[in-house]
Every structure is written in structure tokens, then in C-alpha cells.
Design a protein around this ligand. Structure first.
Ligand SMILES: [Zn+2]
Length: 312
């Protein structure tokens, strides 16, 4: 019976390495003028490249799993890992520091229901974070659970992980149960849909998609990403970015609309308001049109500055 049917949908979204500084950052560096302390701090944090620990692995490993309740984590449950990952696995101090930083900079009422915080690695410089999302339909009820994963091989200090946390939070903001139409399958979706999710009409992602992807980039991107050969997809996504460099805040943003909105959000939070001379800058300005997100930007920025005892 449909009313009692229980359906689970699982989604994984990642974030790429921020090892390479991109063009927008270089422009910002070369035009630096005296700025208020907090703004300068945020710009410096944003420009701090990830300094990976030179870890090599054959695949992705989960090292430690923490149970989350509100702001608190308990555990970890340690997983079986190769010997060369034991040091990362045992670095509980860094793991807890990252979690405390995350709950300090992201307001609790804006966070999704997180049940697990996991430490993983896929080696240095690949994915830096993931969100695992599960939606469950049970009659009229829709519930969601989330797990946040951070790659400890790409972690050097809190400054280097700030963009990753702000990026992962963007997924929580744009792919939660209020933004996604869990009852409609991607194939029946009238609005923006990826492989696993149908976005709601008024969702941030659908609005972003209609403005920046639907009429220009989407067909080209869809042709590339529909191929079965994953290495061809990767190669052609690089060319896709290189043929539209002004359209994206960085290369990883060109991998998918949901990553584009997450990366544009990260620039919106961490960098000064741009002039809007390029499509990439227009994507950052998109968020300035939404008062609740402008307010959230201020909250996150002042929380980061407060964490470092910097006045606004
Ligand atoms: Zn991502």
C-alpha cells in the first residue's frame, strides 16, 4: 500500500581539492587595499591553499566514525585501515578541532539533521569533503539524515579547511528536504534534476540552474557527463571548464550544477562583493538577491572572525 510504503533515497555530494588558486583569487590579491580586520582575515583564509600530507592510497578509506547529537560528537568508531593511515586515524585532536570549528561557524538552526561525522581519506589532493544524504518517505512523512565526511590527508590547519566546510554547508543549504522534491523522481521532474534528486520549483538550485545553466551550459555538460567512460568524462570536463573559464569561480565548479552553486556560495561567503563583470561574478551576486542568504553570510563571517578573536 502506497501510504505505508517506505522509500529511501541516498545521495552523495563531494567537494574537490582547493590546492590551486584560481584566477578570481589572483585578481583579488593584486588589487589589495587596506580593509577592515575581519574582511582581511576572511580573504586570507580563503586564499590559504590546502597543504596535503602526501598520503597515497589505492581507494577511499573511512578512518573514524563519530555519532552526532546536536553540537556534540561521540566516538570514534575506528575502521580497519592500512598501516600508512594509522597516524591520521589516531589524530583525534585534529578531528575534534575540525568538528568544533564547524559547529562554531555554522549556526545550529541552519544545520541539517547530521547523524554522523566521518573522517576519510582518498589520498592527498582529491576529494576534500562529502555529504551523504538519505531521504526516507514514510506515508506523509519525509525525513532526512546527513553524514559529513572530511579528508584528513588534506587538512593542515583550520584555515585550510574553512572553504571545505563552507562548501559542504552549501550542500546542506541547497539539497535539504525543503529544497528537494523527494516525492518526484528525477525522470518525472519538471525542474532541475540530477541523477538522484528533483529540485523544487523555488529552490535555490533550480533558480540558479535556470539563470546560469539551462539555456547555455547544460546541453554541452549533459553530453559530456552522460558518457559511460569515466576517464573521458573527467578529461572532457576539464576542457569544458577551459572553454568557459569566465563562467566559473574555479575548475571544480564546472563539474556539476550542484557543485557550481556550492562553490559560488563559498566565494559569496568568503570574499568581498564582486562587481559582476563575468558570469562567475554574477553567480556570486545571485546570492545577494536573497535577503536570508545575505543575513546568513554575515552570520558565518562574523562567527569565523569571532573564532579567531578578530573584531568585525
Ligand atoms: Zn561539493
Amino acid at each position: 500500500m502506497l501510504g505505508l510504503a517506505m522509500v529511501s533515497i541516498s545521495v552523495v555530494v563531494g567537494s574537490g581539492s582547493v590546492l590551486l588558486m584560481n584566477k578570481l583569487d589572483r585578481v583579488a590579491l593584486s588589487t589589495s587595499t587596506p580593509k577592515p580586520t575581519c574582511e582581511r582575515l576572511l580573504e586570507n583564509i580563503h586564499k590559504t591553499p590546502s597543504a596535503s600530507k602526501n598520503i597515497r592510497v589505492d581507494k577511499k578509506y573511512i578512518l573514524d566514525v563519530y555519532h552526532v547529537k546536536g553540537d556534540q560528537i561521540s566516538g570514534p568508531q575506528k575502521k580497519t585501515v592500512p598501516v600508512n593511515l594509522r597516524e591520521l586515524q589516531n589524530d583525534l585532536e585534529s578531528q575534534k578541532l575540525i568538528w568544533d570549528y564547524f559547529v562554531s561557524i555554522i549556526p545550529s538552526e541552519k544545520r541539517v539533521p547530521l547523524t554522523e561525522y566521518r573522517i576519510f581519506t582518498d589520498g592527498s589532493g582529491n576529494k576534500t569533503g562529502y555529504n551523504h544524504i538519505s531521504f526516507t518517505l514514510n506515508g506523509e512523512d519525509v525525513s532526512e539524515t546527513w553524514a559529513l565526511e572530511i579528508d584528513l590527508a588534506d587538512y593542515q590547519d583550520l584555515k585550510s579547511v574553512s572553504d571545505v566546510l563552507v562548501h559542504e554547508f552549501a550542500h546542506m543549504l541547497t539539497l535539504n528536504v525543503h529544497q528537494i522534491d523527494v516525492r518526484t523522481s528525477p525522470t518525472d521532474c519538471q525542474f532541475y534534476a540530477d541523477d538522484s534528486q528533483c529540485s523544487s520549483k523555488d529552490s535555490y538550485l533550480n533558480r540558479f540552474f535556470i539563470r546560469f545553466w539551462k539555456w547555455n551550459l547544460y546541453d554541452e555538460w549533459k553530453t559530456i557527463t552522460s558518457q559511460a567512460d569515466k576517464s573521458a568524462v573527467e578529461r572532457e570536463l576539464t576542457s569544458f571548464y577551459q572553454s568557459h573559464p569566465q563562467d566559473f569561480v574555479r575548475e571544480y565548479a564546472a563539474t556539476a550544477p550542484r557543485e557550481d552553486i556550492a562553490d559560488s556560495w563559498t566565494y559569496f561567503v568568503m570574499t568581498p562583493k564582486p562587481a559582476g563583470n563575468t558570469v562567475a561574478e554574477e553567480k556570486i551576486l545571485f546570492f545577494y538577491e536573497i535577503p536570508e542568504l545575505v543575513d546568513l553570510r554575515s552570520q558565518i563571517r562574523s562567527r569565523i572572525c569571532k573564532y579567531y578573536n578578530m573584531p568585525e
